[in-house]
Design a protein around this ligand. Sequence first.
Ligand code: GTP
Length: 249
Amino acid sequence: ESEVLRLSTGCKNLDNLLNGGFRRGTITEVFGESGCGKTQLALQTTLYNWLQGCVYICTEDLFPTKRYEEIKINLSSYDPKVDYGKHIFVEHITEANDLLSCIRVRLPRLLDHHKVSLIVIDSVTAPFRCESTNYIRRAEDLRELAILMTSLAQKHNLVIFCINQVTASFKDSDNVLPSLGLAWSNMVTARLMLKKTLKIADVVSLPKQMHHLLTSNQPIYIRELSTVFAPDLPDASTEFVITSKGLQG
Ligand code: GTP
């Protein structure tokens, strides 16, 4: 099942939690505070599925090319002669209207001519920030976005991976809430929460083959991914770390 239905994250613990990876034909949202590792997860998933074709829509920062180059050399099948960016289509979009027209017009054209198995939106939050005072307009746009994406995901059997931020008012709480409200929340298929914990990795928490990482002066914080809502996955969480090689655990 895992090979056909799901796209690997390239991290064993995360794939175990996700029963093999992100499910095709659906929208998965990953939310968490700034710096928790959302982009790293999206980037590594893109790398591990590069050959299947990926669209990476950046709405905040430029596509992290340098980091992509850094983690690609850790692929077990890494070959310096291969162009790992060949099937990656990057878009930079800042406005909600542009995002909608990209998904309504440009993406269907691209998908008619190229194999794509993953679409990342990093993040969905940013383009809708300027609409944050016009809640009706924002709810309508988010609804259209979700309908368009659900239809693309199903028609082309691809994974849609949306990154979302958290609401500021709950930042100190253990129960941070994803941004964009209920209108959006009800339309994603699965929702996962990513956290940078206050736990620092040590010889007990890290597998033996990663103990060499502990010699660095920088503390390595343990990250945690939890299923908040996922129809086909149990409520559970798993731990991993982010190193120069990418997400490991
Ligand atoms: P926002 O975009 O601000 O919402 O954050 P994010 O959740 O997308 O965080 P991101 O994926 O950018 O992760 C940032 C964290 O990943 C940093 O705090 C680092 O701990 C880790 N990280 C990023 N690049 C590297 C790297 O090259 N080496 C190591 N060791 N860690 C890295």
